[in-house]
Design a protein around this ligand. Structure first.
Ligand code: NAP
Length: 280
């Protein structure tokens, strides 16, 4: 049986290191969270982020807009928060209502306050290996989980399922920076099981329940499940068929209790880093 990667325990490690840095900042640290519309999952994610912030001592200011709010109204708020010296980090909770182009709004956030690490500037810095940018939370959390199993992953073959700008692409960049050989697969990829079977590391960020099957996984692989889906009973499940894969893999992350807590922990890491950077 494989080792189950305990995201909650690893998240505590990341939070504790963020707390040490936080304690050196001799002023209030503030995270501003913007929510548009009434996506129920977003509400839960924001509650988790607030709870982590509270634990650390970071103040959270929330702004909620109704679903039909125009782009200009939200972008005006972002401009205000960018200019507000007391705000260290700005988080735009995704997904946005369909009439708003997320890229345009994300890129309105000052890169140094972009604690989700999703602006084109911060993503571009990751792409060109410029370490001065803020890194996206979920991929950073996944990398920490992988390295908790194997610290040196240089030369390993990594397969990333999903190519979104928030997870798949930055994930592949981080793995490339660790000297992995990386394949990114997506909905147009052919022979997905064959591609997966090559992976010493498989990261699934597809958003399809139980998508990755045991016979897609090479014996001894590290399997990380980013997916968050609901089954018929509204229970949260991942992309990965956990039990059968845990008989093949060297290590596997569960859902829930895997990547989710790591994402929140890295958000706090980024908020503290943004706050210390701006005043050092
Ligand atoms: P997304 O933007 O919808 O991207 C999904 C990706 O999966 C796309 O690249 C898509 O390919 C690919 N895909 C979809 N169906 C496929 C199929 N049948 N075969 C192969 N590839 C397929 O989603 P996301 O934002 O990256 O998130 C992915 C999952 O992770 C979701 O379940 C989300 O809820 C979860 N998530 C979890 C956390 C966390 O903290 N745990 C954080 C972020 C996201 P195309 O590009 O070709 O369409």
């Amino acid at each position: 049986m494989s080792e189950v990667i305990n995201g909650r325990a690893l998240a505590e490690e990341v939070l504790s290191s963020a707390k040490q840095k936080f304690q050196k900042i001799e002023r209030k640290v503030t995270l501003s969270i913007i929510r548009i519309g009434d996506d129920q999952a977003s509400l839960i994610y924001i509650r988790n982020k607030e709870a982590a912030a509270e634990k650390l001592g970071v103040e959270v200011k929330k702004n909620h807009f109704p679903k039909e709010t125009e782009f200009n109204k939200v972008s005006a708020l972002i401009d205000e928060l960018n200019a507000d010296e007391s705000v260290d980090g700005i988080l735009l909770q995704l997904p946005l209502p369909e009439h708003i182009n997320p890229r345009l709004l994300i890129d309105r956030i000052l890169p140094e306050k972009d604690v989700d690490g999703l602006t084109s500037i911060n993503q571009g810095k990751l792409f060109v290996s410029d370490d001065s940018g803020i890194r996206p939370c979920t991929p950073m959390g996944v990398l920490y989980m992988i390295k908790s199993i194997c610290n040196n992953i240089s030369g390993m073959y990594a397969v990333v399922l999903g190519r979104s700008a928030t997870v798949g692409r930055p994930m592949a960049q981080l793995l490339l920076r660790e000297n992995c050989t990386v394949s990114i697969a997506h909905s147009c990829s052919k022979n997905l099981p064959d591609i997966c079977r090559q992976g010493d590391i498989v990261v699934s960020a597809v958003g399809c329940p139980l998508f990755v099957k045991a016979d897609w996984i090479k014996e001894g692989a590290i399997v990380i499940d980013v997916g968050i889906n609901r089954d018929q009973n509204n229970k949260i499940i991942g992309d990965v068929d956990f039990l059968p894969i845990s008989r093949v893999a060297r290590a596997i992350s569960p859902v829930p209790g895997g990547v989710g807590p790591m994402t929140v922990a890295y958000l706090m890491h980024n908020v503290v880093a943004a706050a210390s950077e701006r005043y050092e």
